[in-house]
Design a protein around this ligand. Structure first.
Ligand code: NAD
Length: 493
């Protein structure tokens, strides 16, 4: 009897093209079955309470850190990034997991609200409940840090989770499921499903209660549309074109060091990586000189050789090439590297200068180890150009005295002053963007509350002699309501 072949796909080492794993391409039917199991497990996971869940999640955190060499090697194999970068990524992911486990109870504690004078006899409270089953769809660029920003918080809030990793990094997703199951008190709390885009699509319509998606803006719109058919809410963490503003009073050495790292580390494949710099013309020459000096000391190569690795997704190379060519065709110049820096699967550092703002290279996400440096007359111009983007994820500001003032005017979800990437590493603050960079938040209390719903409970503490919400309301009661409203206008609320 002929055996039925299970559809599968391969994951590759992007530095060599070698196959590193083969995984099943899960069908819609399988995903729906898994969602039903996750729903059944959700009730038990909730019953475990905050303390019970905290113990499980802290054990998982310890296990991940005890096996950091193993998971970092796998992240490096599937993405091509240096092992040391992979270790940093794993450590940050584990910190978020620990933080979410330890803070879920206080974040979800019932909150007591002032009922206002007209409702003074009421006690007004807001309770928080987990949603049930959360679907997490992840990208490949930070295959553990990024999805764990949703998985950890959703689990800590009392949801069960189904994770669909990127088809470029399925091994990392499977490793997460296997290690979780080593500490799990029962099955189906956290499940990884593997497959291509269709499997992700199937998750959106499988009956989950929310989708937390991280990936490109293009896919985010498809995911949101698929979820809309069943009124499934979504968190969308998408791409960016993050600006770096450098004021005349900036510490240039630190600004250059952080900006070149932000732009080139992970082969430029960071959603919050620096893509464009607006530097005050008074210090622009020095900034460029220092940036070129630093770029000369770094190079792309396979793990163990390069400061950063290859492009993880081969098709991204074409986008990077197109943007470098567009920048030059539109009037920009190369201060370091250029079109010849693209040598698949690697891209060596590229620094572009004075690229017109309407160039594709300035407008679209490049996701490669390139940086555009444009000079500005003043900080007003830098702020306006930073905001003139369809994206609004993060931004960096370098200034000794004007950091907070500039940050307050930036149209984006996160700002790092005299640092880069820092907001992603602080577990207590929300992470996310506006405009084409998405909506909703991960991390921090706001991120945890994304995986809960609010239940308002208003209870009568004692009865008043006046009945407002009754057919027995009298004309003098109407007069009292109107007089009190005129007088208070929301005070004592
Ligand atoms: P992508 O959009 O190609 O894929 C993301 C995920 O969506 C993958 O798991 C993929 O299989 C799945 N998918 C594809 N089609 C689908 C469909 N029709 N329905 C459901 N799921 C589907 O993105 P990518 O190339 O993996 O990731 C890179 C992008 O992610 C960049 O734009 C980057 O800026 C962004 N990103 C954003 C953040 C953030 O937090 N804002 C973090 C990391 C990466």
């Amino acid at each position: 009897m002929a055996t039925k072949r299970i559809p599968s796909f391969d994951s590759h080492n992007p530095a060599t093209g070698e196959v590193v794993g083969t995984y099943p391409m899960m069908s819609g039917k399988e995903v729906t079955e898994i969602a039903a199991h996750a729903r059944a497990a959700a009730a038990k996971w909730q019953q475990l309470g905050f303390n019970g869940r905290k113990k499980v999640l802290i054990s998982w955190c310890s296990l991940i850190m005890n096996r950091i060499d193993q998971i970092a090697a796998l992240v490096s194999l599937e993405t091509g990034k240096p092992v040391s970068d992979a270790k940093l990524e794993v450590s940050l992911a584990a910190s978020h997991l620990g933080w979410a486990a330890r803070h879920a109870e206080e974040i979800m504690r019932t909150s007591y609200r002032a009922p206002g004078l007209l409702m003074a006899n009421m006690s007004a409270t807001v309770q928080r409940s987990p949603l049930g089953v959360v679907g997490v769809i992840g990208p490949w660029n930070y295959p553990i840090f990024t999805p764990m920003g949703s998985i950890s918080y959703a689990l800590a809030a009392g949801n069960t989770v189904i994770f669909k990793p990127s088809e470029y990094t399925p091994g990392v997703g499977v490793w997460l499921e296997e290690t979780f199951n080593e500490v799990a008190p029962f099955a189906d709390i956290f499940t990884t499903i593997t497959g291509l885009g269709e499997t992700g699509g199937a998750l959106c319509t499988s009956g989950v209660d929310k989708i937390s998606f991280t990936g490109s803006t293009r896919t985010a719109k498809i995911v949101a549309a698929q979820c809309a058919t069943n009124m499934v809410p979504v968190v969308l963490e998408c791409g960016g074109k993050d600006p770096v503003i450098v004021a005349a009073d900036a510490n240039l050495e630190r600004a250059v060091d952080a900006t070149i790292w932000s732009a080139m580390a992970n082969a430029g494949q960071s959603c919050i990586g620096a893509e464009r710099v607006y530097v005050d013309e008074k210090v622009a020459d020095k900034f460029v000189e220092l940036a070129v000096e630093l770029a000369k000391t770094i190079h792309a190569g396979a793990p163990g050789d390069g400061n950063y690795g290859p492009a993880t997704m081969p098709s991204q190379i074409k986008v990077i090439q197109k943007h470098i060519k567009a920048a030059i065709a539109d009037g920009g110049t190369c201060a370091y590297g250029g079109p010849d820096s693209v040598k698949p699967p690697f891209v060596q550092p590229v620094i572009l200068l004075n690229v017109p703002e309407d160039s594709t290279a300035v407008r679209e996400e490049t996701f490669g180890p390139t940086i555009i440096i444009n000079r500005v007359k003043n900080m007003r111009e830098a702020i306006d150009l930073s905001n003139a983007s369809s994206y609004g994820l993060g931004a960096n500001v370098w200034s000794r005295r004007q950091g907070k003032r500039i940050a307050a005017e930036l149209a984006c979800g996160m700002v790092a002053i005299n640092s880069t990437f820092s907001f992603a590493a602080v577990a207590s603050v929300p992470f996310g963007g506006i405009k084409d960079s998405g909506y909703g938040r991960v991390h921090g209390p706001e991120g945890l509350l994304e995986y809960t719903y609010a239940r308002t409970v208003v209870r009568t503490r004692f009865n008043l002699p006046i009945k407002f919400l009754s057919f027995k309301r009298r004309p003098k009661d109407d007069s009292l309501v109107i007089a009190l409203t005129k007088m208070l206008k929301g005070r004592l609320g």
